[in-house]
Write a protein that binds this ligand. Structure first.
Ligand code: AOS
Ligand code: ZN
Ligand code: ZN
Length: 386
């Protein structure tokens, strides 16, 4: 698409989902650095998310995590979101922070542990009902550390059984998004290590089961845009967990490590017709050392920049070069788009949306950062290492 007005319209309608846990304190296994003014409650995480939406206009959806965002009244939490101009996005389940899950959750050899894990997933669907959330996000830390520790195929069978029970509980407008991850915390064999395994389970389950691509969950050098293209072709791309990696699952700001990769991914998304609401463009990040709200604003802007560049690709010229076998010409079409400075275009888009062209400056001027430091004492940890 090289038509500017169409590109602008697409940029205005794109929706980016921010994760509640990115607003809270987080860290590595070595240290959680507490920051001043971080949210103490799920409500306050939403208050911060509303600031991101206020200055970007494209981030009105917030993913929650259970139990990190456990409240007594989820409908009231959803109303709080609505009052702020937000809505609840994916409900992220947690079957990885309990002693019972030492040998796995839904793939654990002990049926009682599997029952407990599935009951949590079903509770997450109840929370979806109460909050109006569409997506149940499933990431399993399940796997083994040593060859022979457990039967690889039996674990797949247990996983399939658990997923089928949860799938059956989904409402007509609800989906389950299955996330894969190469390794960590399991170091020998992860039970959902790659897109192929996730795809096989989702395909067996049916149309409400889709794959999530977390950009940090691959081996170095993996061609992620190829995965995206294939999943879209199969109608199985449910969404993204966007972040950046230098080494493993670093959860750094999306577009920070490899903006070119993000551009290539967004090009395949657009090529495959995936820019609409059926793809959840979620961030899955932790801001351990940098100020959180500005980092999330920057991340949203990075996704927008990659999207804008991908929208600027001159597709007819690309197709012509491809058709005539013009290898260098085809590559040049893509690189021309990637090398375009889209910041003026995005500034224009924001002005047309009634926003400040510079979201970070608008946030700084708002005084929110000073206000939360003064008003909030004793912010909570996201949950990592808690
Ligand atoms: C874990 O590595 C995954 O990226 C998860 O998507 C996520 O970070 C976690 O479940 C928080 O909800
Ligand atoms: Zn993730
Ligand atoms: Zn991850």
């Amino acid at each position: 698409m090289s038509d500017l007005s169409a590109a602008k319209a697409a940029l205005k309608s794109q929706r980016i989902e921010t994760p509640s846990w990115a607003y809270a304190n987080s860290g590595t296994r070595f240290k959680v650095f507490a920051q001043k003014g971080v949210p103490r409650t799920p409500q306050e995480k939403l208050d911060d998310a509303a600031r991101v939406q206020e200055v970007t206009g494209v981030a009105p959806v917030v993913a929650l995590h259970i139990p990190w965002d456990r409240v007594d009244d989820y409908a009231a939490l959803a109303r709080h979101a609505e009052d702020l101009g937000l809505r609840v996005g994916a409900i992220n389940s947690n079957v990885f922070q309990d002693d019972d899950y030492r040998l796995g959750s839904v793939t654990n050899p002990d049926p009682a542990v599997r029952r407990k894990a599935v009951d949590h997933l079903l509770e997450c669907v109840d929370i979806m009902d109460a909050t109006g959330s569409r997506d149940l996000k499933l990431w399993f830390s399940d796997g083994t550390n040593y060859p022979g520790q457990d039967d690889i195929v039996a674990r797949q069978d247990r996983l399939a059984e658990a997923l089928a029970e949860v799938y059956a509980r989904l409402g007509d407008d609800q989906r389950m998004l299955l996330e894969y991850k190469l390794f960590e915390p399991a170091f020998y064999a992860t039970d959902v290590p790659d897109w192929g395994t996730a795809y096989a389970h989702c395909r067996a389950l049916g149309p409400k089961a889709q794959v999530v691509v977390d950009t940090g969950h691959h081996a170095p050098g993996t061609n992620i845009e190829f995965i995206v293209a294939v999943l879209l072709r199969e109608g199985k791309l449910g969404g993204f967990d966007f972040n950046s990696r230098f080494y493993a699952d670093d959860d750094l700001m999306v577009g920070a490590a490899d903006p070119f990769q993000l551009f290539r991914i967004m090009f395949e998304v657009i090529r495959g017709g995936g820019l609409g609401p059926d793809t959840a463009f979620m961030l899955d990040q932790c801001h351990n050392i940098e100020p959180k709200i500005p980092a999330i604003i920057r991340s949203v802007m990075n996704v927008q920049e990659a999207t804008a560049k991908a929208l600027l690709v001159d597709v007819p010229a690309l197709r012509e070069a491809q058709r005539t076998g013009d290898v260098l010409g085809a590559n040049a079409v893509l690189m021309d788009a990637y090398n375009t400075d889209v910041r003026p275009l995005l500034a224009e888009v924001r002005e047309e949306m009634g926003l400040d062209p510079d979201p970070i400056a608008a946030y700084r001027r708002s005084g929110w950062a000073e206000r939360i430091v003064a008003e909030r004492v004793g912010g909570t940890q996201a949950g990592w290492g808690a």
